[in-house]
Design a protein around this ligand. Structure first.
Ligand SMILES: Cc1ncc(COP(=O)(O)O)c(C=O)c1O
Length: 371
């Protein structure tokens, strides 16, 4: 048993302090150039994002929520149009459908916590126009199933890839299957900035043009006003930081996959826990482990035991799935999601935890069930 220590769920100051020298150089460089809005760093980042994911186009936006909403607006979502999404997602997924004029229809999750394709099929009705899979916790859904349902029914697909940059299904990057996708660069994301940030990726020139106009006051890439729009630009300074962080991104993913493998090895034997799939469990999936979310017997007691012993944990979305925000108008009951939300918990998963930290966390989890 390792000696007592503190492992926060996520250490925000370290996102800055661990790389302070390089970040100061970036501030200085951007500041000296006065390159604050829509400058070369942003263009470079958009190009790198497209190249990295294999998408044809990328637009930096203020945050992923805006990116999702602008994607639906670009696709021409109309009032009353229904879009099927998973109930286990951030409220932002459903909100983007709603604020673009549509109606979010939350459905059940499958064995891996992601949207259940059978539930998608069951929710289709004459008002359905789209599917919005969330590539949750850094894992891409079985997009063969989702895309074949979409093709058969002529549905739009906007992927919520906020948590999934670099995640792949059958070798293809999250965000490149549907009509458009948005990625988040919130500081705790695997590719994080030092503030809010997001990106839209798409292979569709029309969607790109529309999202581009919508995010910059209706202006096209030549600065000419083509339509109504708003301001949802990604700051050039954040783009410069993201360019820097992208250079080490594959190493960051490799480290997270290693941590997931350690959790799997130490905790996989526990009958009281249901772990996410390990990094090498399924060759169709390349997971980047934005989160390490598991299901646990006596979840609340385990959380308290870990807290007392210095380990930070989090229950995603504040403990409620989308359809459980009943005052927002949801009436559906989803038993699998509801059961999941009685049992789910996330253990620390980030670049700041050492192998000793992971072993300490595992010791604490095991001692809770064996005491
Ligand atoms: C699944 C999911 N969708 C959407 C968002 C919203 O991203 P942003 O904070 O960049 O708007 C998040 C952010 O946590 C998320 O995890």
């Amino acid at each position: 048993m390792t000696t007592s220590r503190t492992v926060p769920f996520f250490n925000y100051p370290r996102a800055y302090l661990d790389d302070r020298d390089n970040l100061m150089k970036i501030f200085d460089d951007v500041g000296n150039r006065g390159a604050f809005i829509m400058q070369k760093d942003l263009r470079d980042f958009e190009n790198s994002l497209a190249t990295y994911t294999g998408a044809k186009y990328a637009v930096g936006v203020a945050n992923a929520t805006d990116g999702l909403e602008l994607s639906w607006m670009a696709l021409g979502l109309r009032s009353g149009d229904e879009v099927i999404c998973c109930s286990h997602t951030m409220l932002a997924t459903a909100a983007s459908i709603r604020t673009a004029g549509g109606v979010p229809v939350p459905v059940e999750l499958g064995y891996d916590g992601l949207i259940d394709p059978d539930a998608v099929e069951a929710a289709i009705n004459p008002r359905t126009v789209g599917i919005m899979p969330t590539q949750l916790n850094g894992r891409t859904c079985n997009m063969d199933r989702i895309m074949s349902i979409a093709k058969k029914n002529h549905f739009f697909v906007v992927e919520d890839a906020a948590q999934a940059l670099g995640s792949r299904f059958k070798g293809q990057h999250a965000g490149t299957f549907g009509n458009a996708a948005a990625i988040s660069f919130f500081p705790a994301k695997v590719l994080g900035s030092l503030g809010d940030g997001g990106g839209v990726i798409t292979n569709d020139a029309h969607v790109f043009d529309k999202v581009y106009q919508l995010h910059d006051h209706g202006r096209d890439i030549d600065g000419e006003v083509k339509s109504w729009g708003r301001n949802s630009r990604l700051d050039n300074l954040q783009a410069a930081i993201l360019n820097h962080n992208l250079k080490s991104y594959d190493k960051v993913i490799a480290r997270r996959r290693k941590i997931a493998g350690m959790y799997q090895e130490r905790l996989g034997i526990m009958d009281e826990l249901q772990l996410p799939q390990g990094p090498d469990a399924n060759p169709d999936h390349f997971d980047i482990y934005q989160n390490y979310e598991l299901q646990a017997d006596r979840r609340d007691e385990l959380k308290e035991h870990l807290r007392i012993n210095g380990v930070g944990t989090l229950i995603q979305w504040g403990g409620k799935a989308v359809h459980q925000w009943e005052h927002l108008g949801f009436t559906v009951k989803l038993p699998a999601v509801e059961r999941f939300f009685e049992r789910c918990i996330m253990l620390p998963m980030n670049m700041f935890i050492s192998d000793d930290d992971v072993n300490y966390i595992c010791d604490q989890v095991i001692s809770f069930y064996r005491r």
